[in-house]
Design a protein around this ligand. Structure first.
Ligand code: GTP
Length: 239
């Protein structure tokens, strides 16, 4: 495998659930440290790395909306949950000597920077990890859509979606033993077959702006680094 990375700038989407490890709620310190180390290794290869984190480990607006809570309020609470995760990730990175900056889509200046695209790009050029928090800043948009949007805005060459399974399958691999893993799909395959790996808005944004998307399992140590080095057998590529 080549020692040189295959990409100059990437965006990694981590779900809130990815931060929970075996906990039922919140952030697992050991999982957070492992993720921070893997991200640092990627940066050390010379790859400019941005991160979008979800908030589902702390709060999920959708469920409460179904129970009667105002959806906009629920989504705003979800956005604040992503800020908590982003601060935890920034802390975990800085503790191992990796500079990082949190930029939020909603103004919360005492806590972190605002999202300013050009400043985010400068941070990346200086080798800092930029963690984008608060989704797109709007209710009704998922953090997956935020990941696609930010990937486009910073001209990332690849959007990485970290999940709990090692790619996109024809059916749920947990429930169906005959589910087949795809090595590669087109954006329209994912949309037409409703493969449900990301919401449709997120996929359409990637398609219309030609950002390749790779879905992979963040729980397999080393896979992130392998795919950054160009391994083709990690996860599923959508392009
Ligand atoms: P350079 O332009 O390379 O110097 O980037 P920098 O981020 O180190 O410098 P800057 O002076 O912009 O920021 C210094 C510190 O303050 C960094 O830790 C920033 O994350 C932080 N910071 C910058 N703007 C804000 C803000 O609006 N709110 C908060 N809470 N922190 C900020």
């Amino acid at each position: 495998m080549p020692a040189q990375p295959a990409y100059k700038r990437i965006l990694l989407k981590l779900s809130g659930e990815a931060l929970m490890g075996n906990l039922d709620y919140g952030i697992s310190p050991s999982v957070m440290s492992r993720l921070a180390s893997e991200v640092q290794e990627v940066v050390r290869l010379g790859v400019q790395t941005a991160v979008v984190v979800g908030g589902g480990n702390i709060f999920r607006g959708e469920g409460l909306a179904r129970a009667g809570m105002d959806r906009v309020t629920g989504d705003q609470m979800g956005m604040l949950a992503t800020v908590i995760n982003a601060l935890a990730m920034q802390d975990a990175l800085e503790r191992i000597g990796q500079e990082a900056r949190v930029q939020s889509a909603i103004r919360i200046n005492e806590v972190c920077e605002d999202f300013i695209r050009r400043k985010a790009i400068r941070h990346l050029e200086k080798g800092r990890v930029v963690i984008f928090a608060a989704g797109t800043g709007n209710p009704f948009f998922t953090t997956d859509s935020a990941a696609s949007l930010r990937a486009i805005e910073i001209n990332a060459e690849l959007l990485l979606k970290a999940t709990k399974v090692d790619g996109i399958y024809s059916a749920d691999p947990v429930k169906n033993r005959r589910a087949k893993k795809y090595a590669e799909l087109s954006y329209d395959d994912v949309l037409d077959r409703r493969l449900g790996v990301m919401d449709q808005t997120a996929i359409v944004l990637c398609r219309d702006h030609k950002i390749p998307l790779r879905v992979f399992n963040m729980n397999t140590p080393g896979d992130l680094l392998r795919l950054i080095r160009g391994a083709r057998d990690v996860g599923t590529l959508v392009r």
